[in-house]
Design a protein around this ligand. Structure first.
Ligand SMILES: Cc1cc2nc3c(=O)[nH]c(=O)nc-3n(C[C@H](O)[C@H](O)[C@H](O)COP(=O)(O)OP(=O)(O)OC[C@H]3O[C@@H](n4cnc5c(N)ncnc54)[C@H](O)[C@@H]3O)c2cc1C
Ligand SMILES: NC(=O)c1ccc[n+]([C@@H]2O[C@H](COP(=O)([O-])OP(=O)(O)OC[C@H]3O[C@@H](n4cnc5c(N)ncnc54)[C@H](OP(=O)(O)O)[C@@H]3O)[C@@H](O)[C@H]2O)c1
Length: 539
């Protein structure tokens, strides 16, 4: 067996330490992330050491996140808030975030909440995956902060406070975008597909932007003019109504979100409407759902629901959320495509009643942005998602659907630098005959040996769903052997279910082929994560 695989572990927390079985199990998993599992002869720690480690080396209770058990994107908000109950405000704020560390807010979850707690960030609506639920909870917590007597600042608080977002160099953050023009777009699905996924290419040559594989590309979309016109019509307002030196229509096109109707808008409606409609608008604005349609109310649907109340256009715009940029995993290597960047974009479209809804940014890229025109863009550096520094290290990449994007970039990069390490890609999608993105490229990579292995999973080819993690389980023995050889594992794509299921499959594989208990296998994966050998880019 390779030295990359440690023997099954002893319990790190001794039986005499003052913890319940449940606490001991949790602590064993937690310490696995702190104690190196590489070598042999790991020494169990004392109860005192455990207590010290629980504080994570923090110098005061304010800094102690207790291992941030809420930092799990698959937990519902109520559960996350319960886990942070009684903790200092910055951790409760963090628990309100969607826990994806996706970077869309310009921070990660911990630093966004730290910035709000320290008063350096006032915007409470930046967590895109958390949506209204997160924004609402942040607002409640912010009101609690305001009502609380000013806390005595602990001596170390300054060190713990995150730096405010720095606009930085042009094109390096959402606060300082540059422009890049759209070069091309090509549909990746073939006839018969239920999906609409585009390979989109931007010209970066005039922007001065560069990037590294693993980074994401940020884009500021425009709203669909047809939707904007429908909103203006429903408002019964003139399109050229002046707002801050621009027209109502211009502001609606590029500055405000027309997706979920924000609480502020519903509150505005509650001030204007009368009787039963006032009560309903008020209820909706505080998160209640009197008619069971709250989840489907975008701005247009909300205006239509309260038709005829005709708010002042300026007050209406004030009540809307700003239009936020969206991030896309970069699917090219700058070494293969200098001065260009490519993305793999699934066009979000779904029906609510008689109206088709269109994801604002994905459909902007799919159809509305004309070729040769520019968009506001930036490169979002990956936090901890990138190829191993040593090009000889084997990599296992798991990317169903658009999750394959960064792995196309990884493979291009490994080819360009003549990396000797082995490459194994797990790709999956609905149907083999129409949803095999980049099929020719991947088959060519397989044929010329760049892709050592290509494992595919088609969820709708057969009668039963078959996913990438099912394929992983089938070849679990080989996966374990790659891990034993020091392979790094990467997962990209859906955060809500896929990422969790893939991790569970890896734990199962380690139990079966690594001959470990489920607890030890979970510790093993925790240790892979700590060492940067298990990296995720999920959304
Ligand atoms: C780091 C990162 C990398 C990413 N990489 C990629 C990538 O490579 N490719 C890619 O395609 N996306 C990627 N995304 C997702 C991308 O940023 C956008 O979230 C996605 O394109 C949708 O944005 P939109 O503006 O088109 O849709 P929006 O206007 O934001 O609409 C999406 C919202 O519509 C609602 N919705 C969607 N489908 C339904 C439905 N069936 N029924 C009811 N409601 C629904 C949901 O509330 C959803 O949040 C990435 C995200 C992150 C954070
Ligand atoms: N809101 C949701 O519930 C949801 C779910 C998936 C994706 N998304 C979002 O949709 C966007 C685009 O998605 P995409 O085009 O990349 O494709 P996708 O919808 O994620 O689908 C890619 C493949 O993954 C399969 N899949 C579904 N559930 C899975 C699971 N638990 N484990 C492993 N594979 C699973 C799908 O199968 P089947 O579709 O046949 O089941 C499909 O074959 C992303 O923004 C993603 O976050 C949202």
């Amino acid at each position: 067996m390779s030295q990359n695989i440690p023997p099954p572990l002893p319990s790190l927390v001794p039986d005499t330490a003052p913890f319940s079985d449940e606490q001991r199990a949790w602590l064993n998993g937690f310490f696995a992330g702190l104690v190196s599992l590489d070598g042999f002869g790991v020494t169990p720690i004392s109860g005192d050491q455990a207590a010290a480690l629980i504080n994570g080396g923090a110098t005061n209770a304010e800094d102690d996140d207790g291992g941030a058990p809420w930092h799990d994107q698959s937990l519902p908000l109520t559960e996350r808030m319960q886990l942070a109950d009684g903790k200092p405000m910055r951790w409760r704020l963090m628990a309100a975030m969607a826990q994806q560390d996706c970077g869309q807010c310009g921070y990660d979850c911990k630093n966004y909440s730290g910035a709000i707690a320290s008063g350096k960030e006032e915007r409470l609506n930046l967590c895109v995956p958390g949506g209204k639920e997160t924004a609402r909870m942040l607002k409640t917590l912010a009101e609690e902060m305001k009502a609380a007597p000013p806390a005595v600042k602990p001596a170390t608080a300054a060190a713990a406070e995150p730096a405010p977002p720095v606009a930085g160099a042009p094109g390096r953050s959402r606060d300082n975008p540059v422009t890049a023009s759209l070069l091309s777009r090509r549909l990746l699905n073939k006839a018969g597909s239920e999906k609409e996924t585009w390979h989109v290419e931007f010209d970066l040559s005039a922007s001065g932007l560069d990037y590294t594989v693993g980074d994401a590309f940020g884009l500021f979309p425009n709203n669909d003019p047809a939707l904007v016109d429908a909103v203006i019509k429903a408002l019964e307002a003139p399109p050229d109504f002046p707002i801050g030196g621009r027209t109502l229509r211009e502001v609606l096109l590029d500055s405000v979100s027309l997706s979920p109707a924000p609480d502020m808008l519903l509150q505005l409606f509650s001030y204007i409407a009368g009787g039963e409609r006032r009560r309903k608008a008020r209820a909706l604005s505080v998160g209640e759902d009197p008619d069971g349609d709250a989840a489907t109310l975008d701005v247009l649907a909300a205006i239509e629901k309260f038709a005829g109340i005709r708010p002042d256009p300026e007050a209406f715009i004030e009540a809307l959320d700003p239009l936020q940029p969206r991030l896309y995993s970069i699917s090219s290597s700058p070494k293969t495509a200098p001065g260009r960047v490519t993305l793999t974009v699934d066009a979000v479209r779904y029906d609510v009643g008689a109206r088709r809804r269109h994801g604002v940014c994905s459909t902007c890229l799919a159809e509305r942005l004309p070729l040769g025109t520019s968009a506001k863009v930036y490169v979002q550096k990956a936090h901890a998602f990138g190829l191993p520094a040593d090009p000889s290290v084997p990599v296992i990449m798991v990317g169903p659907g658009t999750g394959v994007a960064p792995f196309r970039a990884f493979l291009e990069e490994r080819r360009a630098i003549h990396a000797p390490g082995r490459n194994w890609l797990f790709f999956g999608h609905q149907r083999s005959n129409c949803d095999f993105f980049y099929e020719d490229e991947f088959q060519a990579m397989k044929a010329d040996g760049l892709l050592t292995r290509l494992s595919l999973a088609w969820s709708r080819d057969g009668d039963e769903k078959f996913y990438v993690q099912d394929r992983m389980r089938e070849v679990g023995r080989d996966l374990w052997a790659w891990l034993a050889d020091g392979a790094h594992v990467y997962v990209c794509g859906d955060a809500k279910r896929m990422a969790k299921d893939v991790e569970a499959a890896l734990v199962d594989i380690i139990v079966q082929h690594g001959v470990r208990s489920p607890e030890e296998a979970a510790m093993f994966v925790a240790d892979l994560k700590r060492k940067g050998r298990y990296q995720q880019d999920v959304y």
